[in-house]
Design a protein around this ligand. Sequence first.
Ligand SMILES: Nc1ncnc2c1ncn2[C@@H]1O[C@H](COP(=O)(O)OP(=O)(O)OP(=O)(O)O)[C@@H](O)[C@H]1O
Ligand SMILES: [Mg+2]
Length: 343
Amino acid sequence: MSLRLRNPLNLLRSHAIALDVGSGRTRITNPLSEVLLDEPTVIAIEHGTGAVIATGTEAKSYLGKAPERIQVIRPIQAGVITDFDSAKALLRAFFKHIFPDDGSRLKVCAVVSHGVTELEKRTFADCCKAAGAGKVELVDTPLAAAVGAGLDIRQPKGRLVLGIGAGLAEASVLCLSDVVHSESAHIGAELFHEAVAQHLAARYKVAIGENMAEQATLHLAWMERPEELRRMTLTGKYSGSGTPCALELTDNDLEGALDVPLRALEELVRKTMDQTPAELVADIADTGLTLYGGGAQVHGLDSALGRRLGLRTRVAPEPAMVAVLGAAAALRPDLDFRKLLIK
Ligand SMILES: Nc1ncnc2c1ncn2[C@@H]1O[C@H](COP(=O)(O)OP(=O)(O)OP(=O)(O)O)[C@@H](O)[C@H]1O
Ligand SMILES: [Mg+2]
């Protein structure tokens, strides 16, 4: 019997990657923290046949526009796989995109939300394997994010971090390379987008799509008023007549739009500190609050939240990347973060 190999050398090859599959975006780096992929966690498949039509940025551009024969799916919601087959197909396409020469062995270190169940973590690891990974290691997102943000979590000193992703906010107190307490809630950037859309619907009787609501949140929304006036053109339709509209808006038009999510974030952090031993809370008065995740970039979120909580608050540099960068650090034996991995 002859064994036909496409490229026998691939058998000897192995790639290690750090992976963060968020509800909004998927990010992959190599162990040296070089970004290999940063794409929306969205897949478009043909109804009935299940054939993959588009992934990532292209699939996301179909949101709200696809005809019935095309299903546009976001297979991860708030840190959990909600559609296993679509998540598998999407990860398979992403792995293939970064390493087209199939046959090589893929070792994955992936971040998972601290708050998800053991079964959900296992399902996620199984999904990575079904998509082509040979070996999968997991690390808690708050620990990975803190490492990626450059916090020294090995000391006997309490650190408070708050991640605001697309679907989930997770507030965690960390000490001695572990999560002491963590609380999560569905207060991600997508909730901000919905709040902005509802605010505009109530104020101007306009209906806008998901992508436009995200753009309005990025360019106009705020939790503390910006110094310079920002403007953008908002397109959608008038709710009553259905006719198209293009409105010239400034950030004044978004006043109060994010009050409810801001209060909910404050509540989440207070609840976390309430469940944390007093010694660690005393440390946090000194170490402050570090924000990570794309949603942390909403204008003025850090200062508004910091003022309400009475804590020095800063946004991590490259806040949406820190979790995957921490996973990349955990892949490297020379950096001594292997013990962060979930056993
Ligand atoms: N400058 C910005 N201002 C406001 N929001 C932003 C900004 N940049 C990105 N975002 C929002 O951040 C979200 C993505 O954040 P992130 O990539 O951390 O989420 P995720 O990891 O995909 O989701 P999750 O961690 O909840 O599973 C998007 O919804 C995006 O709209
Ligand atoms: Mg995330």
